[in-house]
Design a protein around this ligand. Structure first.
Ligand code: GLU
Length: 561
């Protein structure tokens, strides 16, 4: 028997198939011309960080724009990064943002799609088959170096100021004879499988990145590890090449931390004679620190880095997606301005519009997008989504809303169906603060903001006169006319211009009067349209609240001049 065959059989006694067999099992996909196949390939850590949500969202969009396929592959060859139910957690985070993979894992154990298994721990036989063929072709070999020996090589390299790594003459096991290797394996020595790199570090290669354009690299000459020693699981490099080839990925979009390994992956694709997919290396997602420096958005330090945060805050997923697209493609905002009523699906994602230098994550901007988004929703939609949010995070508020459905919808409709709708609400969690006073349950002990008029007797006169003689809610014009009539009667100016000319002639002006009415009814000095609020509260509640307010006041000297 050929020596290499003997070595390969010894290393992989259970491999029965060949690469050719797998090429048949996973044929080229029959998709329409130009359709892209992308993937999201996280470790099963149970959650998605905002940075990885952005790349999943981009991958999804890149595939969907071309009627392609987006799949979820779980990379669990590093057991340290696996947690219980880690896949379901990821799927939920994606689902919360409508990112539903076409293929891949659907829970901890099951998957859909014809290109699986979609979890690396179940692909052992495939990796071994591919690795065996490399051994047979002389492109891979067992390496028996112990950690101490690798350390020694490193020390020598550092001492002689040489490039660090396992390559060329430093790659000790490269020159072991096949017989020696066979002997060591038979005697039970531990080994890893390394690539026998055919590269020359002094030769340059040009690789294309969809985001950064052409990049020049030295050829790879590192004999990198393909299969790890203990469990013979693949390294990222090897699994990436085998998986993305067999799953027929057309576009690999991944973090920029993988750029340095690009020549290794290119070389492996060359050795196998596989078609190289397109690569897009995505920049880091960063934030500006309190002290003005840019740093990576960190799951540990930044609450906005976790996708859970948006769920809890009640930021609509649509707003998060609009923001993600804003930072993903630099021309998106302009497109949205020109196509305000189009859906995100109509925007075509462009690799050239991705920032190569990374993305700045600005949570304030996201809030602003959310504000604008919420201002454009109907009162009914706000109500429905708020109830869903509140059921999970503020059940008491949810039941109040459900017991007062029509009333609540009317509240949310104040200043909504107008040309420039009011933009108070940032998120579902912020709404209660803007509407609490409309519900008696939240108006038991209000903290009244102070008004220009603070004399108890004067306030009493204003509110009592108003309720007895001038309260008219039939329509807004009449309502205001009456307020002004009373203003004049009580010695205040109903005409602001007139007041500005001769302030000494008046006790104050109409806004001081409405200020008192507003605070009495809502406790706030700033609210949406007072007439609308009063109409919804109705006469009975108005009277109750006037009395409550008057009773809450202590006797103070008027500040009016
Ligand atoms: N599991 C790798 C990571 O999380 C995936 C990189 C890739 O997309 O190829 O970094």
């Amino acid at each position: 028997m050929n020596k290499l065959q003997e070595l390969a059989d010894l290393m992989f006694p259970n491999v029965k198939k060949t690469i050719a067999d797998y090429e048949k099992i996973y044929p080229e996909r029959s998709l329409k011309e130009g359709a892209r196949v992308t993937r999201f390939a996280p470790s099963p850590t149970g959650f998605v960080h905002m940075g990885s949500l952005l790349s999943a969202f981009e991958d999804y969009k890149i595939a969907k724009d071309t009627d392609g396929i987006f799949y979820l592959r779980i990379e669990n060859t590093d057991q340290k990064r696996s947690v219980e139910n880690g896949i379901v957690g990821i799927l939920n985070d994606l689902k919360n943002f409508d990112i539903i993979p076409d293929e891949g894992m659907i829970d901890e154990e099951h998957s859909v799609g014809a290109y699986g298994p979609y979890i690396q721990s179940e692909r052992q036989e495939i990796y071994h088959t591919f690795c065996k063929e490399l051994v047979l072709k002389g492109f891979a070999y067992p390496c028996f170096c112990k950690p101490e020996e690798l350390e020694e090589i490193r020390e020598i390299q550092e001492l002689n100021k040489e490039r660090i790594g396992y390559y060329g003459s430093f790659a000790k096991c490269r020159s072991l004879s096949i017989d020696e290797a066979i002997k060591k394996i038979k005697s039970g020595e531990e080994y890893v499988v390394r690539l026998k790199s055919p590269g020359n570090f002094n030769k340059k290669i040009m690789l294309h990145d969809e985001v950064r354009g052409d990049i020049e690299f030295p050829e790879n000459d590192l004999d990198i590890v393909l299969l790890k020693s203990t469990d013979k699981l693949p390294t990222y490099h090897f699994a990436h090449v085998v998986d993305d080839h067999l799953m027929r990925t057309t576009h690999v979009c991944r973090g920029e931390e993988w750029i340095a390994s690009f020549p290794i992956h290119y070389q492996l694709f060359q050795i196998f004679n596989f078609k190289l997919p397109a690569y897009a290396h995505l920049g880091l997602v960063m934030k500006i620190d309190e002290n003005g420096t840019r740093r990576k958005l960190s799951k540990r330090k930044d609450k906005e880095a976790s996708v859970e945060f948006y769920h809890k805050e009640g930021i609509p997923k649509e707003a998060v997606k609009l923001y993600l697209m804003t930072i993903a493609n630099s021309n998106f905002e302009e497109w949205l301005d020109n196509n305000p009523n189009s859906s995100l699906d109509e925007f075509k994602f462009d690799f050239k519009k991705i920032s190569a230098s990374g993305t700045l994550f600005d949570v304030e901007k996201l809030f602003n997008i959310s504000k604008n988004y919420l201002s454009r929703q109907s009162a009914r939609t706000i109500y429905d989504n708020l109830v869903i949010w509140a059921e999970e995070f503020e059940p008491e508020f949810a039941s109040i809303l459900k017991n007062n459905q029509d009333y609540a919808i009317k509240i949310f409709n104040i200043e909504r169906e107008v040309e420039k709708p009011r933009k108070d609400y940032v998120s579902y969690s912020s709404i209660k603060n803007f509407v609490f006073y409309m519900f008696d349950e939240y108006f038991e002990n209000p903290i009244y903001e102070s008004t220009k008029i603070s004399d108890k007797e004067e306030i009493k006169i204003i509110l009592n006169t108003y309720f007895a003689k001038y309260l008219d809610l039939s329509n807004k014009d009449t309502w205001f006319l009456k307020v002004k009539e009373m203003t004049d009667e009580l010695g205040y100016a109903s005409n602001i211009k007139e007041y500005k000319k001769n302030p000494k002639n008046y006790k104050g002006n109409v806004s001081d009067i409405t200020g008192v009415i507003r605070v009495a009814l809502t406790s706030k000095t700033n609210t949406p349209d007072l007439y609308e609020i009063m109409k919804l509260l109705g006469k009975e509640k108005i009277q109750e609240r006037f009395t409550k307010y008057i009773n809450s006041l202590s006797v103070k000297k008027s500040k009016i001049n």
